[in-house]
Each structure stands twice: as structure tokens, then as C-alpha cells.
Ligand binder design. Structure first.
Ligand code: ZN
Length: 254
């Protein structure tokens, strides 16, 4: 990292450190995950007058004396707080999953920008939605991140025959939970490790790769989204680790 860096950043998480400091975990559009030390952030509000809450958007200034090690968070000017996300438990659960997956993602160069844009768009979508249900919103977060990490085929077609609608003419289509590969009903090999997707479920998963504002997150979608999310879990665990606390949280509240 160069001596000083100014960037717009998503604050994903914070951890108390020593007596007065805070380790802040940020997501930057040009480099993905960055941890930074916010000195005295817990003892004084001087440098961070609006606080350093998770799931806020801020213009940050980072510095690194030697160019190595953990940079220091010099300042953070809050740009967006998404207050409405904090007033609904389903929205909180979906936003928590979004943050957890971003924190645990192995982001290749070029993927950080689209992921950053996506995360902000999901939080905007959750914030402005009259009604949101935890499971469809969480499916949007999980499916959208998997798509942008190139872990879901796009378009969702059979990797063997490239059948246009994957399972033509018969559904289900099969998504391999260990590779993220999609196979049509004729070409599925590891059926036991694959999740069977019906046409409307495949459509929902395809939608998660698009514009978040087009994705339905209302409670009427909960019954459809819930099994898809459940069947995506092996792929999520394989990619992001087995201890996905926000998935457990989601199960508790639904
Ligand atoms: Zn096929």
C-alpha cells in the first residue's frame, strides 16, 4: 500500500483491540478486503465523530508508514448508513450474510469492483424495500456474490451440452454443490452431490447474477427462496468455510 490512500469503503466488521483501538475490516472497490487499525476509536470520538459502525459506507483515508503491515485508518467520513436495514430482522440477517461472505471471499483482481457495486446495490435495495423477507434477500446476497466470484455458471446452462435452458426439455437441472457446475437432466453425473433445481428456482438464481433491484425479496418469495438457499449451502460452505454464522442466524429467525 502506498503511504496514503483515499477511497470509498464499505465497513464490514469491527473488532476491539487493546484498550482503546478498533480493528476495522473494510471492503474497497479496487482491492477488496483490507483490515485497518483505528487508533483510539473507542476512547475518543474526535477522529471518528460519526462512529465506525459495521455496514456503513464511508470515505476513508488510510496510511501506512512503511508500506507494509496493517494500515492505519486516519479518518472516515460516513456517506451512507442504510438505517432501514437496521429496523427489520430479516434485512439484518441478509445484510449480515452479505458482509460475512464478502469478508470470507477470496477476491481476485477485477472482482472487487463488481462485488463492491453489488453490495451497495443490495443494501440500497434492502433499505428501500417496503417489505423484505430474510430468505429471498439472503438468496440474493449469496447468489449474487457467487455469480460475481465466477462460482456459478453464467448463463446457467449445462456445462456438457450447453443446452440453452440447462435442462431442456426436462427439469430439474442439477447444480454440483462441490464445483458449482450445472448439468442438464441428461448429463448429471454426481446426482447425490448435486442440487436439483426446478425451472423457477433456476430463474431465481439467474436473477441473482443481474441487477439487485430486479430481484424479488418480498415475503411471498420466502417459500421458493428457502429451499434454493438451503441447497446452495454446500457450495457456500465449500467457498467461504463451514462456520457461516449468519446462515445459522437466518435459520433461527425464520
Ligand atoms: Zn446437458
Amino acid at each position: 500500500m502506498s503511504p496514503a490512500l483515499e477511497a470509498r469503503a464499505l465497513l464490514l466488521d469491527t473488532h476491539p483491540y487493546r484498550e482503546a483501538d478498533l480493528v476495522v475490516r473494510l471492503f474497497l472497490p479496487d482491492r477488496g478486503n483490507v483490515s485497518a487499525m483505528a487508533r483510539s476509536a473507542r476512547s475518543s470520538r474526535k477522529r471518528f465523530p460519526s462512529g465506525l459502525d459495521r455496514l456503513t459506507l464511508a470515505d476513508v483515508r488510510l496510511s501506512s508508514r512503511s508500506g507494509r503491515g496493517m494500515p492505519t485508518l486516519e479518518s472516515a467520513q460516513v456517506v451512507e448508513v442504510w438505517w432501514n436495514v437496521r429496523s427489520d430482522i430479516g434485512k439484518v440477517a441478509a445484510a449480515s450474510l452479505l458482509a460475512e461472505l464478502l469478508l470470507k471471499a477470496h477476491v481476485e483482481p477485477g472482482e472487487a469492483g463488481p462485488l463492491f457495486e453489488f453490495a451497495c446495490a443490495v443494501l440500497n435495495r434492502l433499505d428501500s424495500a417496503q417489505q423484505a423477507s430474510g430468505e429471498p434477500a439472503a438468496l440474493l446476497a449469496a447468489g449474487g456474490i457467487l455469480h460475481r466470484l465466477h462460482l456459478l455458471p453464467r448463463p446457467l446452462v449445462c456445462s456438457r451440452c450447453f443446452a440453452k435452458d440447462a435442462a431442456a426439455p426436462t427439469f430439474p437441472a442439477w447444480l454440483d454443490g462441490s464445483t458449482g457446475e450445472l448439468r442438464c437432466n441428461a448429463h448429471v453425473e454426481r446426482r447425490s452431490q448435486s442440487l436439483a433445481l426446478q425451472e423457477h428456482e433456476l430463474q431465481l438464481l439467474t436473477l441473482a447474477g443481474g441487477d439487485p433491484s430486479d430481484f424479488p425479496i418480498g415475503p411471498e418469495l420466502a417459500a421458493i427462496a428457502s429451499p434454493v438457499l438451503q441447497r446452495l449451502e454446500p457450495l457456500l460452505v465449500r467457498t467461504f468455510g463451514s462456520n457461516l454464522r449468519s446462515l445459522a442466524f437466518l435459520r433461527e429467525i425464520s
